[in-house]
Ligand binder design. Structure first.
Ligand code: 48N
Length: 298
């Protein structure tokens, strides 16, 4: 289905080459536009995307450092895959806009600096780790690289409200999609009933919803409440040297169809937290991409 954008009825006649002029001395002229053209340009693209991505190859829940690293690694290794990122906030990026305690510099332990070179983020080398001068430089660069990839779609201001779970041919409960709603709707189910969600189905779901915030560890908690796992391991205290390898090496398919990565995994497994160092998120995201490819090729 594609919405045709028939020419709107014009309220004024615009003919010939547009008389535009980029002049900052007082006679700047834009090409003329009809208000309906702006609305239709957005509506056509958004709803075509929603229609087309109702069936995706991989859905990534959460556009934080782990989710975005996963999306970049997966989409560049497998440009054939339709990858759809669902992010609850209007602003993607999760906790990676600041380095720690609202300070701006971001620490990334080696060898995760390899990824910085791959996506083109400059840093200062401090020996066993590197420092990006502002966390937003890492996150905005990663975000721009991910959004520029033709097979990736980001649906921000959109929440995953539930998981689709079906019995597979081996009679196992398999996560096979997500239940979505616009976040402002999802936050208002107590004020207005019967605002039903929509769905996106995919053979692989990667969940990277973090460990804090209003919907942290969303999928991990949902697995418990739907009885697919008995209880959460609950994230342990801070230990940088234990936590980062535990989370990268522990990134895996935690239940059929669902890969868990980033700090959400710390809540699921009960591994330590690492605090203000982000190499583990990068490594976990890349590991999740490898897991997704393994599952798709199985
Ligand atoms: O940045 P986060 O919270 O999660 P990660 O795992 O990508 O990175 C975690 C990292 O920022 C740390 O916490 C650092 C390393 N500190 C560790 C420590 O010890 O303190 O991103 C999760 C994203 C956010 O943008 C959420 O808005 C989003 O997931 N999200 C959702 N999006 C859609 N639907 C949901 N249900 C949902 N829940 C969370």
């Amino acid at each position: 289905m594609s919405l045709t954008m028939e020419e709107p009825t014009r309220t004024f006649q615009v003919v010939g080459k547009h008389d535009v002029q980029e002049d900052y001395k007082g006679s700047y002229r834009f090409a003329p536009i009809e208000e309906a053209q702006v609305s239709r340009a957005m509506i056509k693209r958004y709803f075509n995307t929603m229609y087309e991505r109702a069936i995706s190859d991989v859905v990534i829940i959460g556009a934080g450092s782990a989710g975005l690293s996963c999306a970049y690694s997966l989409a560049t290794q497998r440009p054939d895959l339709k990858i759809t990122i669902i992010e609850a906030n209007v602003a993607p990026g999760g906790g990676a806009w600041l380095g720690g305690q609202l300070m701006t510099a971001m620490v990334i332990r080696k060898p995760a600096d390899n990824f910085l070179r791959e996506i083109g983020v400059p840093y200062e080398d401090e020996g066993s780790f590197v420092v990006v001068k502002h966390a937003a430089l890492f996150t905005s660069t990663l975000l721009s690289r991910v959004l520029a990839l033709p097979n990736v779609v980001l649906m921000n201001a959109t929440s995953v409200e539930d998981l689709i779970v079906q019995t597979d041919f081996e009679n196992r409960q398999r996560v096979s999609g997500v239940v979505t709603n616009w976040t402002l709707v999802a936050l208002n189910h107590d004020t207005q009933s019967c605002m039903d969600p929509c769905t996106i189905t995919a053979p692989v779901i990667v969940t990277t919803t973090g460990h804090d915030g209003p919907s942290g560890a969303f999928a991990a908690k949902r697995l418990v409440s739907m009885g697919l796992i008995k209880e959460l391991g609950n994230m342990r205290g801070l230990d940088m040297n234990r936590s980062e390898p535990a989370i990268v090496n522990g990134t895996r398919e935690v239940t059929p169809g669902l890969v868990m990565a980033g700090m959400e995994l710390a809540e699921h497994d009960g591994s330590n937290r690492m605090g203000p160092t982000f190499g583990g998120m990068i490594g976990s995201g890349i590991k999740a991409a490898h897991e997704a490819i393994r599952m798709l090729d199985a």
